[in-house]
Design a binder for this molecule. Structure first.
Ligand code: TYD
Length: 215
């Protein structure tokens, strides 16, 4: 089992569709927490470990990636996560660190479960198997309409959009709605933040949420 007793650290996951502004907000929150003298560790999914980065390459950049079936995709994402939990997250939480992760198990629930129409029970079981009892203390969803996701993706400097980013507008709509449904069902763990506001307003909202929920 990954964790035998409740650690002193906290795990905060950031979720939302592409272009929602997760990485900007993670960097801002990390800086604030460090100023408050907390040990902070930031990580990203899929990836964050050497094995995870290799898995990430297979999923995101594989030129023949379009042939990958949804089941394989789910198992690869959760395999990368299983490694990240045991190699990075658990040791950090045990030290008392605050771990900020760019995506966690809710990404699989939403992208593979809802986005790719995999049945919710096996997705939940596989997710649970991968993370064990290492659940987020708080999950922040940066919510943006699908049109905004697509427009922001187009603005990104990168040349060709990667495999996941080539999805169409209906897919992003499902992803957005999927997160909102999850958040509604688990209000004790989730907070939805309007990702169309300025980075400063979003940062303040996230900080006040952290102060309120994770005292
Ligand atoms: P990434 O380049 O990290 O995108 P972003 O910056 O938007 O997070 O690529 C991750 C992609 O993988 C993104 O499209 C979401 C998708 N994904 C899943 O489909 N399932 C998962 O479990 C995870 C972690 C990510």
């Amino acid at each position: 089992m990954p964790l035998k007793q409740k650690p002193t650290g906290k795990l905060i996951s950031f979720e939302g569709s592409e272009g929602a502004g997760k990485s900007t907000q993670i960097a801002r929150l990390a800086a604030r927490l460090q100023k408050a003298n907390r040990e902070v560790l930031t990580t990203r999914e899929p990836g964050g470990t050497e094995i995870g980065e290799q898995i990430r390459n297979i999923i995101v950049h594989n030129s023949k990636g379009d042939e990958m079936c949804a089941e394989t995709e789910l198992l690869l994402f959760t395999a990368a996560r299983a490694q990240l939990v045991r190699e990075v997250i658990v040791p950090a939480l045990t030290r008392g660190a605050i771990v900020l992760t760019d995506r966690y198990l809710d990404s699989s629930t939403v992208y593979q479960g809802i986005g790719r129409n995999l049945a919710s029970d096996p997705v939940a079981q596989i997710n649970r198997f991968a993370v064990g009892n290492v659940m987020p203390d708080l999950t922040i969803v940066l919510d943006v309409p699908e049109e905004v996701s697509i427009a922001r993706l187009k603005q990104r400097a990168s040349d060709l959009p990667d495999r996941m980013e080539r999805e169409n507008i209906d897919f992003y709509k499902k992803v957005r709605e999927g997160y909102l449904v999850l958040a509604k069902g688990m209000p004790e763990r989730f907070v939805v933040v309007d990702g169309t506001k300025t980075p400063e307003i979003i940062e303040k909202k996230i900080w006040s949420t952290i102060e309120e929920r994770l005292k």
